[in-house]
Design a protein around this ligand. Structure first.
Ligand code: ADP
Ligand code: MG
Length: 803
């Protein structure tokens, strides 16, 4: 107990008008020099203990501190609603002292100070313990009834009363020299910085004051050029810092926030505009469409003639856009967004054939080996004898599809490498292995990246570097991306959208099943049996491979994140976050497979097992057997999440569905109902039946539900991928959205909401394009250039590489 006293001892800090250093023990900052924002905080603030708190917050320089924005503002006279406090949370509240009483504790010895503060309606206790009255450090005199202040600490509950134990506190507008300044102080709104146990909000405010007060506009170089600021009615950076850290009123906060938000969008858009402009200077080989007229054999023409279905209007329209792009010497950079099952593969294959017809090769990059192998099989099957180029019985002008994966046997690999290098293989399919230095192409003309969200900018660039001239690039994603996000994250790509699903798809019905109800589970499995009995197939997806695996798995905080890394997300993904918290055990592939084999309801059902850690040959064999209908039910990890296409599969059961992200579940659901028969998707979750949201839930009910319930209800409520994508993003934190796709970006966006700030992003994009068109390397904009280098380190690396 005694050991804690020191750390908990509150410091009462008094605001004295205009002299923030008074009472803080911090010397005023008299530093000089131009790079003031770069100065280390430790140097400026002195070796005070504040330094330690800032290091924990990751704030090293003056600039870092100024970019540490208040989370909200306390209005003078507006108390915090004390009934809203949540036990266990670190809070800073504004309240008025009602009473303070000291008691000596007979039983334990020592003294206790109990103060009560109020928001006018609800109450909160403040409790201090000391060995004796003297050890209460005089709080009993400082906590004078009637004073209003900020109180900060972790909310606990004792005998049903909420309390803060040994809170830090700070009174607003007292002890100033005269009444006038006191009133002026008291009428200001008070910045409240993100709650943090290592440093109190008002200490941050004081340190901000120490670094900000001596600065003039000249000390704060502004990345937004003046002409842009004028056009968009934005204050300069120095004023923005004053506005958000030391506002007089809400209007100033709004003004500063508007400017800083714009800056985030602007810096990002300038970087993307530079990327576009650099790409535009590169040259590609034109691969015009061959018009087949008897004399000129055309793979594309023969392929179209052999297709067993007619292309959808969307496939034709997008096909024309792509064909047009490929015909120019400007490297195509196109993002093809298409709902799950919308038929992107055919669109991509037609583009590849156009390139092969025109003497080039195409590479198709898939995120997993399973998917690469499946793509190779699908393409080969779709091409029929057109894929037997050079082989006996093949079409005279056919080509070859080569599969290259990291774990292929040496012989197959050697042959495929040779085919890629000689050009015998017009189409080369693979995973990251295609990026390795050993892979050569004779004439790489087109790179198709399937499932963009798993590929970073760097990987795209690495592959592009494999051709003497820049290959055209088509990026496909089944996770529809709202327009603003596309503009922000993929701002260097042009976008095509496939909204239509080919006719004749029966669709998928989705139900949420509470795992706690045995009767529901029994119905789940008998439903699966019914599907299989009528000649169809089922997937059962688990979050883990084996039961003893440490906490790897999808996670509320991580949503899709864990599935983005390795060969197949959950298997390979590290669940470091999950390891820190005890969690209920997740159902695992082997355990579930055993259980299902023992279920009388599933007697006679052929059950297979698939996950990312199986040897590649076994993975392929299992997938092939499932495709061929030799396996009825596949118990699997999310390795089947993306792109796996077995039209006969109609049932999808996801166990621990509450632990998966929205778009991941949508992807999984997209694996069924791909043929003429309706699919059924059963999302089994640990959420209690009464906590599940009905599809008819009101907005308020929805808002109150847990994120997992929200996700499941959203998913059951719609199958429109575009609607889901928007919902997904609004249910996530912003950083996740961007972090996944563009490293370095997440940390640079604090105020910008990519979903909601469409207008800002659009304006920033215009301004950025204008500046970059005149001054592509930003020689006239050194501050802006520096801001890009700092916030988007990837962009700088690219830049160096290219010059
Ligand atoms: P995704 O866009 O999810 O990658 P796929 O390209 O895998 O979708 O296509 C899904 C299924 O639809 C495949 O079996 C494919 O052969 C089929 N398909 C594609 N286009 C059409 C079409 N126009 N009409 C009917 N079926 C189609
Ligand atoms: Mg696909």
């Amino acid at each position: 107990m005694t050991g804690h006293q020191e750390t908990h001892r509150p410091e009462v800090i008094v605001i004295t008008d205009g002299h923030p250093e008074a009472g803080t023990g911090v010397e005023p900052w008299r530093g000089t020099g131009v790079a003031r924002l770069q100065e280390p905080l430790a140097k400026v603030l002195g070796e005070s203990k504040k330094k330690a708190g800032f290091a924990k917050l990751g704030l090293g320089t003056v600039g870092d501190l100024l970019r540490y924005y208040p989370r909200r503002y306390g209005e003078p006279g507006t108390m915090t609603d004390l009934s809203s406090l949540v036990v266990g949370e670190h809070v800073t509240v504004m309240a008025r002292v009602v009473s303070a009483t000291v008691r000596t504790m007979a039983s334990r010895g020592g003294a206790m100070l109990q103060a009560v503060v109020t928001d006018g309606e609800h109450k909160l206790s403040l409790t201090f313990f000391g060995k004796s009255k003297g050890a209460l450090h005089g709080h009993e005199f400082k906590l004078r009834p009637g004073l209003t202040g900020l109180f900060t600490g972790i909310v606990s509950e004792y005998r049903e009363v909420r309390q803060l134990t040994h809170p830090d506190y700070f009174f607003v507008g007292v002890d100033t020299e005269n009444e006038e300044t006191a009133r002026a102080k008291a009428s200001r709104i008070i910045p409240i910085y993100p709650a943090n146990a290592s440093i109190a909000s008002w200490k941050i405010a004081q340190c901000v004051s120490v670094v900000l007060d001596p600065l003039t506009a000249q000390d704060v170089p502004d990345p937004i050029p003046e002409e842009v600021r004028r056009r968009r009615h934005l204050v300069d950076l120095h004023q923005a810092f004053l506005d958000i850290h030391q506002p007089q009123d809400k209007e100033q906060v709004a003004r500063g926030t508007k400017r800083l938000r714009y800056e985030e969008a602007f810096v990002l858009q300038v970087a993307l505009a530079q990327r576009r402009s650099r790409a535009a200077q590169l040259e590609a080989v034109s691969r015009p469409l061959l018009l087949a007229d008897g004399d000129l054999p055309s793979l594309l023409h023969d392929f179209d003639a052999s297709l067993p279905f007619t292309l959808t209007a969307g496939q034709r329209a997008v096909g024309q856009e792509i064909a047009g792009d490929l015909a120019t010497t400007r490297p195509m950079q196109r993002l093809l967004q298409g709902e799950v099952g919308s038929g992107k593969t055919v669109v991509a294959l037609r583009a590849m054939l156009q390139v092969v017809d025109a003497g080039g090769q195409a590479a198709l990059l898939a995120p997993t080996e399973v998917l690469a192998a499946q793509h190779a099989r699908t393409l080969t099957a779709l091409l029929g004898d057109l894929a037997a180029g050079g082989l006996l019985g093949g079409s005279s002008h056919g080509t070859r599809v080569a599969l290259l994966t990291g774990s292929q046997n040496a012989k197959a690999k050697k042959q495929n490498l040779l085919d890629a290098a000689s050009g015998a293989a017009g189409i080369v399919v693979g995973t990251h292995a295609l990026l390795s230095a050993g892979v050569q192409f004779a004439e790489l003309g087109l790179v198709v990246v399937d499932e963009q969200h798993r590929f970073g900018v760097e990987q795209r660039d690495a592959l592009r570097a494999k051709a003497t001239k820049v290959p055209h690039m088509l990026v496909m994603t089944a996770t529809p991306i709202p327009r603003t996000v596309a503009m922000t994250v993929f701002g260097d790509l042009e976008t095509s959208i496939l909204r239509e699903i080919p006719a004749g798809r029966a669709g998928v019905v989705t139900h949420v099943v509470p795992a706690e109800k045995p009767a529901w589970m029994a119905r789940t499995w008998s439903r699966v049996r019914d599907e299989i009995a009528s000649g169809r197939q089922a997937y059962v997806v688990c979050a883990r491979i084996t039961a003893d695996e440490p906490g790897a798995g999808p996670d509320d905080d991580d949503l899709d994140g864990s599935a983005l890394e390795g060969e197949d997300g959950i298997d390979g993904g590290a669940g470091s976050d999950a390891q820190e918290r005890p969690r209920r055990p997740l159902r695992a592939v082997y355990g579930v497979a055993d259980e299902l084999r023992g279920l009388p309801a599933l007697a006679g059902v052929r059950i297979g097992v698939l996950h990312g850690q199986l040897p590649p040959a076994e993975k392929e064999a299992t997938m092939a057997a499932f495709t061929a209908g030799e396996i009825d039910l596949l118990v699997s990890t999310t390795v089947i999440e993306v792109g796996v296409d077995v039209p006969r599969a109609t049932a999808m059961v996801v166990l621990d569905a509450d632990r998966f992200g929205l778009s991941q579940l949508h992807q999984l659901r997209g694996r069924v109902g791909r043929g003429a028969h309706a699919g059924i998707c059963l999302l089994v979750s640990a959420i209690a039946a009464e906590e599940l949201l009905p599809v008819s839930a009101t907005k308020e009910e929805f808002a109150r539900a847990s994120p997992a319930s929200q996700r499941l209800a959203t998913l059951a409520g719609t199958s429109d991928g575009f609607e889901l994508a928007a919902a997904d993003i609004s249910l996530r934190r912003e950083g996740d959205v961007l972090g996944v796709a563009q490293s370095g970006t997440a940390s640079s966006l604090r105020l910008l909401r990519v979903v909601h700030d469409a207008k800002v992003i659009g304006e920033a994009r215009e301004d950025a394009a204008e500046i970059v068109s005149v001054d592509p390397e930003l020689t006239g904009y050194p501050v802006l250039r520096e801001a890009i280098a700092e916030r988007l380190p990837g962009e700088r690396a690219d830049f160096l590489e290219r010059t």
